[in-house]
Design a protein around this ligand. Structure first.
Ligand SMILES: C[S@@+](CC[C@H](N)C(=O)[O-])C[C@H]1O[C@@H](n2cnc3c(N)ncnc32)[C@H](O)[C@@H]1O
Length: 246
């Protein structure tokens, strides 16, 4: 998020102008906060992950993670359901494939099952972008083995999974909504499949972020401080990078 100090450095603003900008930003933030409904009661504010208010809070962390690892999204890239992140964050992508578990997705170039391996080419990809997919696979460890088989040597898996989330009705209907994860489960599963030295696992969030997401608030409803404060008792969103030993 731009701050008044970087605005001053970049655009050569005067000190007066930066004070004015800061006051305007504070006033706008005050208005935003006052529009934010309280987190109370038995009904969520949104049942669609906050999409109807703005950007879902989990996407804030997912997209920051992928932006940080954009250099991995290169060569032959496989993404699940849509090529959105390949297009947005990919650097030198030579081929973009989209995997879907069932026929009928017009964006899919591969219909396949990561657990059985049916339809999934082996040693084909330099990068697999596996965002928010493992909760919907009953055997996530076997799915990771499927990802490993699909990657080339030195290939990279970028995966994100929810630690705390409402049920995805659409996915439950299509495949089942089975799991939520912690840094421990991701570290153990990925370590078993890719080797402990080849993985990095991190988590984001805190009690307020988790509650806000469950109630259906959006990223725009939260302050930078609320989004960035990390509390290790709340693995809200878990991100992992794994590299195939060369
Ligand atoms: C919520 S979508 C996730 C993808 C999306 N790109 C995202 O960022 O949220 C869940 C996906 O899980 C995939 N899926 C479910 N079971 C699968 C399986 N056994 N093998 C491969 N993919 C599977 C489905 O194809 C579906 O697209």
């Amino acid at each position: 998020m731009p701050t008044s100090s970087c605005c001053r450095e970049a655009a050569g603003c005067s000190a007066d102008r930066s004070v004015l900008l800061r006051r305007l930003a504070q006033r706008a933030y005050g208005r935003q906060r006052s529009r934010r409904p309280p987190l109370e009661g038995l009904e969520p504010i949104s049942r669609s992950f906050g999409f109807d208010r703005g950007r879902p809070i989990d996407r804030f962390y997912i997209e920051e993670f992928l932006a940080r690892h954009a250099a991995d999204i290169r060569g032959s890239v496989l993404e699940v359901a849509e090529p959105t992140y390949t297009r947005r964050f990919g650097t030198t992508v030579t081929r973009s494939d989209v995997l879907h578990a069932a026929a009928g997705n017009p964006e899919a170039t591969i219909v396949g099952d990561l657990v059985s391996g049916d339809g999934i080419p082996t040693r084909a990809f330099d990068c697999v972008v596996l965002t928010q997919t493992l909760p919907f696979i009953y055997e996530p460890r076997r799915a990771l083995e499927g990802v490993l088989r699909s990657l080339r040597p030195r290939g990279v898996l970028l995966a994100t999974v929810p630690g705390i989330s409402q049920i995805s009705r659409e996915d439950r209907r299509a495949w089942g909504d089975y799991w939520r994860f912690t840094t421990d489960s991701m570290r153990t599963m990925l370590g078993e499949v890719f080797g402990a030295d080849n993985i990095e696992v991190e988590a984001h969030g805190n009690v307020f972020v988790a509650a806000a997401f469950l109630y259906g608030l959006a990223t725009e409803d939260l302050s930078e401080r609320e989004l960035r404060t990390r509390d290790e008792d709340f693995d809200f969103l878990v991100c992992a990078r794994a590299v195939v030993a060369g």
